[in-house]
Design a protein around this ligand. Structure first.
Ligand code: OOB
Length: 531
């Protein structure tokens, strides 16, 4: 395995091979199905690519990048908006054996510098401009601060750099990567601290694709809408774009997750399945009441990334005319899904159960012993697609992994009688109010139960006497719905919350700051409040 990565112990690796979890399959390979070439692989608002065209474009780019000197195992930071270029780059890097590090479109110079440094990346592949950002200017700043970059490849107008379109050469035979070696790097999703690099191998990731496509019924006739950033594990591989392409289906790539962009694409491409983070679901539900677009092809909506409130979950079936699936996953590996056919109660209230029979999940008390059924504890996990260590992070790895190789997720969960997990919070997402622990998520759930509140985030503010105070940041439905701190406290009191859980401070916001993938960004909120 690539230096700086932690391999699975041979006994487990042998078991994963013997039991068929790990095969020799490589990411980004052609299926060998000759009928596939004429079928539609990728749809974007302005382009359609058949499998034949996608394949050829990926082979030509792989050869072009190789001719530039990019070699197997080189790390390449990739930051492109959802679109055909990103799909082609992804397959080309897999075929070349170069290792994409998937940045999010929202990342800026600080994050890209951090990624280039921690990966010692030799190339940065970006758009000319995207959202409010000129990436050529961003690349200039990153080049000035880092030492490893040899190439900046720009989709569109390259400015002083190389055009991605010029990395083009006649396809050449390329050596095959080792299936048990790293194929790509994902970023850890925690909203505190800079992201860590997560190595994922061909064997572990192809297993994840196969198993999640099977669980979700994704096959040749599926059309998956990628609304979230494609470089995020959820949209990439649960089963996402890669799982859909592997199954011979069509990946429909939306430039933004808004109903305005996505609804017309759903109608035009006959989208059958998509995935969203919870803050987008009410937006989609409201827009669906008025839309002219025909959404009737949509059969499954996956929701994950943060906690979905049960009231919103309950609106999905009627509001969008499709089934809901909750997905509780992590870039580090473990995926949990509610299953088609699960009782409604479990689908609305739980975040599902592990994808694989080989996932070894423990729910652990603070003293390290196993929690009883129904008791809250921290989720630990190991298995055939869960990392054994972050890239080049020995000190952190000693904290985040047990001696037996379980990843300590930091998530507080409870297992229901049916075997599904409910995510109830984070081990560190607690306000310590003079010794009284206020679980942020619990207070958020109380707030969200009030129809006047559309979004809520609870966090700790420093306080001279108490150590910490509870601050509720709230987006009200409209000006008429605005409440005072006293009224908000009354809402919690009426719901039977303990007095110490009532917020001490209230901040009304026009909208929530969101992370690159659309989760509430508590760090940005905290920084904003500190100012
Ligand atoms: C997904 O991955 P990441 O790596 O961005 O974030 C992982 C963390 C989890 O440890 C958990 O704290 C939280 O996000 N999370 C959820 C959740 N899904 C993820 N918390 C509550 N309910 C859920 N359904 O976010 C991710 C990766 C693959 C599929 C889906 C989500």
């Amino acid at each position: 395995m690539l230096d700086g990565c932690t391999p699975w112990p041979e006994t487990l690796a042998a078991r994963y091979r013997a039991e068929g979890y790990w095969t020799g399959e490589l990411l980004g390979r052609r299926s060998g199905d000759t009928g596939l070439a004429a079928r539609t692989a990728v749809v974007t608002p302005d382009r359609t690519l058949t499998y034949g065209r996608l394949d050829l474009a990926a082979d030509r780019l792989a050869a072009g990048l190789g001719a530039l000197g990019i070699a197997p195992r080189d790390r390449i930071v990739v930051q492109l908006p959802n679109g055909a270029d990103l799909a082609v780059v992804c397959l080309a890097l897999f075929r070349l054996g170069a290792l994409p590090v998937f940045a999010l479109p929202a990342h800026r110079a600080a994050e890209i510098t951090h990624l280039v440094e921690s990966a010692e990346a030799v190339a940065y592949i970006c758009a000319d401009r995207d959202l409010d950002c000129d990436h050529r200017e961003l690349a200039r700043q990153v080049l000035a601060r880092t030492g490893s970059l040899k190439h900046v490849l720009v989709a569109g107008d390259p400015g002083p750099f190389t055009a991605l379109a010029d990395a083009d050469a006649d396809p050449v035979g390329l050596p095959l990567p080792d299936p048990e070696d790293v194929a790509l790097f994902l970023l850890s999703g925690g909203t505190s601290g800079p992201p860590k690099l997560i190595p994922r191998t061909h064997a572990d990731y192809t297993y994840q694709l196969r198993a999640s496509a099977a669980l979700c019924g994704v096959g040749p006739h599926s059309r998956y809408l990628c609304a979230l950033p494609m470089g995020h594990n959820f949209a990439l591989a649960c089963p996402g774009v890669l799982g859909t392409l592997r199954a011979g289906g069509t990946a429909v790539l939306a430039p933004a997750p808004t109903p305005e962009e996505c609804f017309p694409l759903i109608e035009r491409a006959g989208v059958t399945v998509t995935s969203l983070v919870p803050p987008l679901v009410p937006l989609w539900l409201d827009a669906a009441e008025w839309t002219d677009s025909d959404l009737s092809s949509l059969a499954l909506l996956q929701v994950g990334g943060s906690r979905l409130d049960p009231a919103t979950a309950g609106r999905v079936a009627d509001g969008l005319g499709c089934a809901l699936q909750q997905v509780y996953g992590m870039a580090e590996g473990l995926l949990n899904f509610t299953r088609p056919g699960d009782p409604e109660e479990e689908v609305l209230h739980t975040q599902g159960r592990p994808l694989s029979p080989a996932d070894e999940v423990r729910v652990v008390r603070e003293d390290g012993t196993d929690a009883a059924p129904g008791e809250v504890g921290e989720l630990y996990t190991r298995g055939p697609y869960t990392l054994r260590g972050y890239y080049r992070a020995d000190a952190l790895n000693r904290l985040r992994f047990t001696e037996e190789g379980h990843y300590r997720s930091g998530d507080l969960v409870r297992r229901t009688a049916a075997g599904n997990f409910e995510v109830v919070g984070r081990t560190n997402d607690v306000v310590n109010r003079g010794g009284e622990k206020v679980p942020c998520q619990e207070v958020e759930e109380h707030l969200l139960a009030d129809p006047r509140i559309v979004s809520a985030a609870v966090l700790a503010l420093p306080h001279p006497l108490m150590g910490e105070q509870t601050c509720a940041c709230v987006v009200f439905r409209d000006a008429e719905a605005e409440l005072t701190l006293r009224q908000v406290q009354a809402v919690l009191r009426e719901r039977g919350a303990a007095a110490y859980k009532l917020p001490d401070r209230l901040v009304a916001l026009p909208r929530m700051p969101l992370t690159g993938v659309g989760k509430i960004d508590k760090r940005a909120l905290r920084d904003g409040l500190a100012d």
